[in-house]
Write a protein that binds this ligand. Structure first.
Ligand code: AMP
Length: 396
């Protein structure tokens, strides 16, 4: 801590926005937030933090990409910091439990907790299915864990084997409750919730992108007089985006992209691939063919991501190759083109991707490469968009 001066973290007050400075957060947590480059709170953070930091239960309606993860992690880290335990916790007895429906989400939350808590003593660990059971078990026994992030099935295994004891959980977070429902995890989640202290003895934060009757029922049974915070999904309009779908075989995609860039010289273009490894592979291919660009994926260090974004904003580089998750953090105006190098598996991601262009009255162009592999994703996308998609040959 000694080498950090909080005066380094200067954010001017701004109308209608909250700063993290406004919440009297622990200094080492402020440093973590500073290092992540966050300036102002996102709307869900502004809505949730005043309530959650005052120990209220909260039900939050927000999608991925709104900053909800930091909202609950800042709450947990602040609570643990301000309420130190008199004697160290036993291994396997977390102070906070975060339940997430998928392994990817759980690992992302674990990563965010480690980044935010980088200068704090609080420890975080993920227990997730499909990955090394014994290693996770050894880690659980290695020492106290403050924040446990888990997918339901794997957590139940550990609870049944008494590797994890949830009786001392002070804060319970249920993330993406609607997806838990869709994926049939509710019976598992219910069993887990009953292993934690009764709701009046814990704080519960419950997040879901949608709140239908089923989700409401769960929220009511697991939270106590919650305050509700709703953030409407970003209104993504695609009206101003000219959407092209080009038939390009998988083997020719990279070459076609280079040809397109060389001919059209787009001013500011985001290129989306479906996976991290594809993102890096494409980035290397483009650089090898003389196209200056940068990758933006979850495994790129945050500092590097920020500098990439800044260069993209000020015109230092014209092209970024991104994954969906990294792409959500991109709020840059004046993006002229979006390329879907692969069609996303989730149609909602398609709309989010192309919504990065055509903003604030500007016209944008989206180009989707449709290969034999991508064709599988077309019918779902047609249903989602409510229209037939015309695929054409590239127009050059
Ligand atoms: P989430 O909705 O939690 O998945 O967060 C989406 C992205 O927003 C993540 O990459 C976070 O690192 C980032 N993020 C969260 N809070 C802020 C903030 N206040 N300012 C800038 N970025 C943020």
């Amino acid at each position: 801590m000694s080498d950090w001066n909080p005066d380094e973290y200067v954010i001017e007050p701004a109308e209608g926005k909250d700063r993290f400075h406004d919440f009297a957060l622990p200094l080492p947590l402020m440093r973590g937030i500073f290092e992540l480059g966050y300036e102002y709170c996102t709307p869900i953070q502004s809505g949730v933090l005043p309530l959650s930091l005052s120990d209220y239960d909260v039900t939050g309606q927000a999608q991925t990409g709104t900053g909800k993860t930091a909202a609950f992690l800042i709450t947990i880290l602040t609570h643990c910091f301000e309420n130190p335990l008199e004697s160290p916790a036993q291994p396997g007895c977390p102070r906070a439990l975060v339940l997430a429906p998928t392994r990817e989400l759980a690992l992302q939350i674990e990563g965010d907790a480690k980044a935010l808590g980088r200068f704090m003593e609080e420890t975080t660990m993920a227990v997730v299915g499909g990955m090394d059971f014994q290693r996770q078990r050894d880690l659980l026994h290695a020492g106290p864990i403050d924040i446990l992030v888990a997918t339901p099935g794997r957590l139940i295994d550990f609870v049944n084997r008494r590797d994890v004891n949830l009786r001392h959980v002070e804060i319970l977070v249920i993330d993406e409750a609607d997806r838990m429902l869709d994926m049939g995890f509710v019976p598992d989640v219910r069993r887990i919730v009953y292993q934690t202290p009764p709701k009046r003895k814990r704080q519960t934060l419950f997040f879901s992108a949608t709140f239908n009757d089923d989700v409401m029922r769960l929220a009511e049974s697991w939270t106590l007089e919650p305050e509700h915070v709703a953030i409407m999904p970003e209104q993504v309009t695609t009206d101003r985006v000219e959407q092209k779908f080009w038939l390009v075989s998988a083997d020719h995609k990279a070459r076609k992209l280079v040809e397109f860039i060389n001919r059209a010289q787009p001013e500011r273009m985001l290129i989306f691939a479906n996976r991290r490894d594809q993102t890096h592979q494409l980035y290397r291919y483009l650089v090898k063919h003389g196209i200056e660009c940068e990758p933006l994926a979850g495994d790129v260090p945050q500092k590097k991501r920020l500098s990439t974004l800044n260069r993209f904003k000020n015109g230092g580089i014209h092209y970024i190759v991104a994954t969906d998750v990294a792409g959500r953090g991109i709020h840059v105006d004046g993006i002229s083109h979006v390329v879907n190098y692969d069609l996303p598996e989730d149609s909602e991601d398609y709309v989010h991707r192309i919504g990065r262009t055509g903003r604030a009255g500007a016209e944008g162009i989206s180009i989707s490469f449709v290969s034999e592999d991508d064709a599988f994703n077309l019918p779902a996308l047609e249903d989602y968009l409510g229209r037939k998609i015309q695929c054409t040959q590239p127009d050059f």
